[in-house]
Design a protein around this ligand. Sequence first.
Ligand code: NDP
Length: 289
Amino acid sequence: MSAAAEMPRRLEGAAPAAAVLLRAAELAAALPRVPHLHVIRLGEDPASVSYVRLKDRRARQIGLRSTVHALPHETSQAELLARIDALNADDDCDGLLVQLPLPAHIHARAVLERIDAAKDVDGFHPLNVGRLWEGGEALSPCTPAGILELLRYYEVPLAGRRAVIVGRSNIVGKPLAALLLRADASVTIAHSRSADLAALTREAEVLLVAVGRPHFVTADMVRPQAVIVDVGVNRLSGETEGRLVGDVHPQALEVAAAYTPVPGGVGPMTVAQLLLNTVLAARRRRGRA
Ligand code: NDP
């Protein structure tokens, strides 16, 4: 085999994200009314402002309707819940999400639980979380669902394989475990209290890392020829200010058979999956699926 053939394969998000967006646009076009996404944002946190702008822009690009509710940082919990109640009751709202993180005076769990589960396009409502684990029809959290879609697109086999996730957040690690189980992988979830993390990660045929620490996974932690999914998005400071890097060290990627790059790997899948969730929510509410 030539050296070139052994180069790890880059699993770019652009093509599978375009496929998800196309599917969302086609499903939307078959509905009698254009699906409408509503995004509530509190305050002016720059990362939140830019994520919400991207969601709004992409939604319009594929022909969905999108409304951003930009509320002041000081908005009270009661006011926020009242806005959610109004959108829950509004038949013209198909998908509703509240951008996280929320200001400290807001109780995030109460907010997420207030959203109508049928419109919960982020998939964070306990009903959707429960259905996800139970194997029922759920709106799945966008980043994990996007990762599964990316792996499917590149025909990475999961059934019967050893998958190790580093990170156990409600947004990434836990729902990712549920989806990998549904895909018949054998799943381990590691976290900050795991003993001998490197021994666990070296067992992984598919290693998925969502820690939020730049270059956290080093080459000695990776099983040769593993498939690596790097979920981390870390903005560097100092000399390389502003540069985005993942949770996996570049030398660790060289050991792999394939990996998702940062940026350009998992990132594009998240917004695409959000818009697909919006269309799926609209179809289900209107009895089309
Ligand atoms: P959280 O901070 O909520 O969770 C981080 C997880 O990493 C925790 O479970 C924590 O363990 C674990 N962890 C921290 N330190 C260690 C350690 N030393 N050893 C093992 N495990 C450790 O982060 P998120 O899940 O929200 O996000 C993770 C990363 O993914 C971030 O970089 C984020 O920016 C990125 N992200 C990217 C998205 C995308 O679209 N590309 C979307 C969402 C997130 P413990 O629970 O024990 O504290």
